[in-house]
Write a protein that binds this ligand. Structure first.
Ligand code: ADP
Ligand code: MG
Length: 312
């Protein structure tokens, strides 16, 4: 199968609503909604770095798009389309069928059509760019947090890291517990509805991709503020809550790959109910820096850091 046959078989679909021209020409053509702004984000997934070579291709297709949609969610954007640039070592039809099925399922569920891409031979590498929209001036950014705002987290943190530790063999989980955290790692849910519902309510937002400490740290730095966070309040699954406290703290504070939203909002703000649990975990303060405390208010000396590709 050649390059174009591959694209036609796995990545070409009838034109989607809202796309003037999709896959097939030199460029895709999209009409912006009047009064809206484009929000654009790219994320790359490299084998061995972002995913294990043994991962199910359907879950990989889901995750490649999910991590990109999570950036749109963090900004309160509505998805409009995405491009897929991929390097493949060889044409493996069964792999492509699984990968594209996982990708299309999330694309359809999110109203985010595939509008173009690039396909080359090389070590497995996936790069997606998502295009979204938000009304002018309403995108959620990292820079709006103010002293007194509360810090909120969606869903649960730490399961993806716990799954990674189980794959590495540093923790032993029984079958059902392992499967539950493995789904969190391999099939994250981008919080698109929440992000859109937080427009005009949240003062700042980010998605947790590298770990809460670092990602909330980005909000604090961009906003010129600090925060106090209660590590015991950070939401976690029953599987994680059954682990030793030190491991729990590592997973919820510095785990990464969670794709939950962390946002700030003034006290008393009416938060949206979109069927995702929201947990208040801290407060924004004038003093710069992130202070982690336990349920009794005692400082926790965690010595943890978020993930950084170039800092071992
Ligand atoms: P060009 O040579 O002009 O860069 P290509 O030959 O790379 O175009 O691609 C042909 C068409 O197929 C283009 O519309 C491109 O956007 C699309 N395309 C290529 N690879 C993919 C892919 N993996 N997924 C979706 N569309 C793709
Ligand atoms: Mg090309």
């Amino acid at each position: 199968m050649g390059e174009f046959e591959l694209i036609r078989r796995f990545f070409l679909r009838p034109p989607a609503a809202g796309v003037e021209l999709g896959v097939g020409d030199d460029c895709a053509v999209l009409a912006p909604t009047p009064g809206a702004r484009w929000l654009v984000s790219s994320d790359m997934l490299v084998e061995g770095r972002h995913f294990l070579s043994t991962v199910d291709p359907g879950r990989l297709g889901h995750k490649a798009l999910a991590v990109n949609l999570s950036d749109l969610a963090a900004c309160g954007a509505t998805p409009r389309g995405f491009t897929l640039a991929m390097a493949l070592p060889r044409v493996d039809e069964a792999w492509l069928a699984g990968f594209s099925a996982g990708l299309w399922a999330l694309a359809d569920a999110s109203g985010c059509p595939l509008i173009g891409g690039d396909t080359t031979q090389g070590p497995l590498n996936l790069c997606i760019t998502v295009f979204g929209e938000a009304p002018a001036g309403q995108a959620l950014l990292r820079r709006g947090a103010r002293p007194g705002d509360e810090v909120w987290v969606s869903g649960r943190l730490g399961d993806a890291r716990l799954a990674l530790e189980a794959f590495r063999g540093t923790v032993a989980l029984e079958g059902r517990g392992f499967e539950a955290v493995r789904v969190a790692m391999e099939c994250p849910t981008p919080r698109l509805a929440l992000g859109q519902a937080l427009r005009g309510i949240a003062t700042a937002a980010i998605d947790v991709s590298d770990g809460l400490l670092g990602d909330l740290g980005h909000i604090l730095a961009a906003s010129g503020v600090g925060a106090r966070v209660d590590v015991d309040a950070l939401p976690r699954s029953a599987v994680l809550a059954a682990q030793p406290v030190e491991l729990q703290r590592t997973c919820v504070l510095a785990g990464g790959d969670d794709y939950e939203l962390v946002f700030t909002a003034p006290p008393g703000a009416r938060l949206p109910d979109v069927g995702v649990a929201l947990t208040r975990v801290g407060v924004i303060e004038v003093e710069p820096g992130l202070r982690v405390v336990d349920a009794r208010g005692e400082r926790v000396d965690h010595g943890l850091r978020s993930f950084d590709h170039f800092k071992p």
